[in-house]
Design a protein around this ligand. Structure first.
Ligand SMILES: [Zn+2]
Length: 473
C-alpha cells in the first residue's frame, strides 16, 4: 500500500485516489525568465518520480504543470532583453524543456500557460468578489484573507496579526507583514504601452502569480485533485493562497495530498546570487552527465535537503557507473549465453521476487528512492555474483529483465542496450581481434589506442570483446 506524507496533515497516510485507478497531479511549473537552477529541477524530478512510481503501481496518471509566462520577473527581464514578452518567455520555455530531456523527465499530460488562461482567472475573481472574498483597490483586485477562515491551514502560520485591508502590490511576500494578496493587478502605463494587459470588469489588468495555479489546476481536474506538488518554499504564501482562492470559490476541498520537495543547498549553504553558488542544470549536466545528475537527485529522499558539492556528485557518479556496468555486463553476457544449467541457478531465481517486493515497498514508503537504489544495488550484487560462475540464458534473462524493469521505474540507464557503435570502431575491434589471435600484441595495443580516439574502450572477456563508450567505462 502506498503511503504518502501530506503537508496538510503533517502525517503519512495511505493513498486513496478520488477515482479508482486514476491519479490527478498538478505541479507548479517554471517561471520562464531564465534557466531554472538545479534546485528547481530537483523539484521537477521529484514529480517525475512520483508519476513513474504511481504508474509502476498500476495507476493511470494525469499530470498538469503550468508555465508562468507572465509575472513581475518575466515582464521586467523581457524589457531588459529588449524582447517582447512572448518571444522572451518562449525562448525560456524551450530551455526548460531541454532541461527536462537532460534528466530524462517524462513529459506531463499538459503544460497550460498563464497567458492562455486569463479568462478563467477573471471568472474566478468575479466569483470571489460575489462571495465577498475579494475587493478592488486602485484597479487591482485583492483577496480578503480575513474572510477566509481556513487561511493558514497548510503552512500552520498564525495569522492572528493580519492587518485587515492592507494590501501590497507585489508578487513576492514580505515575511514581516502578512497581508492580502493580489488576484489581478492593474496594468502600469509601461505595461500598457508594451501591450501587456487584458481587459477586465476592473479595467486593464494582468494576473497575479497565485491565481493562475488555482485556475489551471481546476481547469485540468475540476474542484478537487489528488496530488499537488512543489518546492517547500511554495508552501507559503503560494500554496496557501491557491487553497484560499480555490476553496473560497468552490466551497470544496482543493487538494487531497500536498507534497513538497526540500531545498537543494550547496556545500551547506543556500544557493544565492551574492554567494555565486547558483548552478544551472546545463552546467552540472555538462560536468557529470544527465543520468548521473538524475541518479544523484534520486539518491536523497525528496523530503530531505540535498547538500550538493563536487565530492557528493563524484560519489554519486561512481555509484551510478557501478550499477550501470552490471547492466552492461548482463546484456553482454546474455548475447553469448546458452541454456546449460549451472550450480546456484535455482537459488538466484528464488531471490528475485523478494528483491522486487523490497523495491516496490521502498517506493510505497513515501517514494523512498534512496532505499529503492539500495535494493537495485543488492540486485546488482546478486547479478555479479552469478556472472562469476553461472551463464544460464534463462537465469540471465530473468535477472536482466528485473534489472531493466527497476531501472526503468527510476528512469535510469536508458542508453544501455541502445548503443550504436560506429562502423569504423567495429572494424577496428575486428582487426584487433585478428591481431590478438596472431599474438601481435604491439598491433593490438595500437588498435586499442585508435579505438579510444573514437571515444570507445574494448574490454577483453571470455565471451569476446565488450565495447563501451569511454565515459561509461
Ligand atoms: Zn503554483
Amino acid at each position: 500500500m502506498l503511503q504518502i506524507y501530506n503537508t496538510l496533515t503533517r502525517e503519512k497516510g495511505i493513498f486513496k485516489p478520488l477515482k479508482e485507478g486514476e491519479v490527478s497531479i498538478y505541479a507548479c511549473g517554471p517561471t520562464v525568465y531564465n534557466m531554472p537552477h538545479i534546485g528547481n529541477y530537483r523539484t521537477f524530478l521529484m514529480t517525475d518520480n512520483i508519476v513513474r512510481t504511481l504508474e509502476y503501481l498500476g495507476y493511470r496518471v494525469k499530470l498538469s504543470m503550468n508555465i508562468t509566462d507572465i509575472d513581475d520577473k518575466t515582464i521586467r527581464d523581457s524589457k531588459t532583453a529588449g524582447m517582447s514578452l512572448k518571444d522572451f518567455t518562449e525562448k525560456y520555455t524551450a530551455e526548460f524543456f531541454k532541461g527536462l530531456d537532460m534528466l530524462n523527465i517524462k513529459r506531463a499530460s499538459e503544460y497550460p500557460k498563464a497567458t492562455e488562461n486569463i479568462d478563467g482567472m477573471i471568472e474566478l475573481t468575479q466569483k470571489l468578489m460575489e462571495k465577498g472574498l475579494a475587493y478592488e483597490k486602485g484597479g487591482s483586485v485583492y483577496f480578503r484573507i480575513s474572510e477566509f477562515p481556513g487561511y493558514g491551514k497548510l503552512s500552520k502560520i498564525d495569522f492572528n496579526n493580519i492587518i485587515i485591508g492592507a494590501s501590497v502590490d507585489v508578487d513576492e511576500y514580505d515575511k514581516d507583514n502578512p497581508r492580502d494578496f493580489a488576484l489581478l493587478k492593474a496594468s502600469t502605463p509601461e505595461e500598457i504601452e508594451r501591450g501587456i494587459y487584458y481587459e477586465s470588469p476592473w479595467g486593464k489588468i494582468r494576473p497575479g502569480w497565485h491565481i493562475e495555479c488555482s485556475v489551471m489546476a481546476m481547469k485540468s481536474f475540476g474542484p478537487t485533485l489528488d496530488i499537488h506538488t512543489g518546492g517547500v518554499d511554495l508552501i507559503f504564501p503560494h500554496h496557501e493562497n491557491e487553497i484560499a482562492q480555490s476553496e473560497g470559490a468552490t466551497g470544496k476541498p482543493f487538494v487531497c495530498n500536498w507534497l513538497h520537495g526540500e531545498h537543494l543547498i550547496v556545500e551547506g549553504e543556500k544557493m544565492s546570487k551574492s554567494k555565486g553558488n547558483i548552478f544551472t542544470l546545463p552546467e552540472i549536466v555538462g560536468k557529470y552527465g544527465g543520468e548521473v545528475v538524475r541518479f544523484m537527485f534520486l539518491s536523497v529522499h525528496y523530503r530531505k535537503k540535498l547538500d550538493y558539492s563536487d565530492a557528493f556528485a563524484e560519489n554519486a557518479k561512481n555509484n551510478y557507473l557501478r550499477l550501470k556496468e552490471t547492466l552492461d555486463n548482463l546484456e553482454f553476457t546474455l548475447e553469448s549465453s546458452e541454456n546449460n544449467p549451472y550450480p546456484g541457478d535455482e537459488e538466484v531465481i528464488n531471490t528475485l521476487p523478494e528483491i522486487e517486493t523490497q523495491f516496490r515497498e521502498a517506493l510505497e514508503a513515501d517514494f523512498n528512492t534512496p532505499k529503492a537504489i539500495t535494493v537495485l544495488r543488492s540486485l546488482s550484487y546478486t547479478a555479479n555474483r552469478y556472472l562469476e560462475t553461472g551463464k544460464n540464458k534463462q537465469v540471465l534473462i530473468r535477472i536482466h529483465s528485473l534489472y531493466r524493469q527497476l531501472s526503468d521505474v527510476l528512469g535510469l540507464f536508458t542508453e544501455v542496450g541502445k548503443k550504436e557503435i560506429p562502423k569504423e570502431v567495429l572494424k577496428l575491434v575486428e582487426e584487433r581481434e585478428n591481431a590478438r589471435k596472431k599474438k601481435e600484441w604491439a598491433i593490438s595495443d595500437a588498435l586499442r589506442e585508435k579505438i579510444r580516439s573514437f571515444g570507445y574502450v574494448v574490454k577483453d572477456t571470455k565471451e569476446g570483446p565488450n565495447i563501451q563508450k569511454v565515459e561509461d567505462s
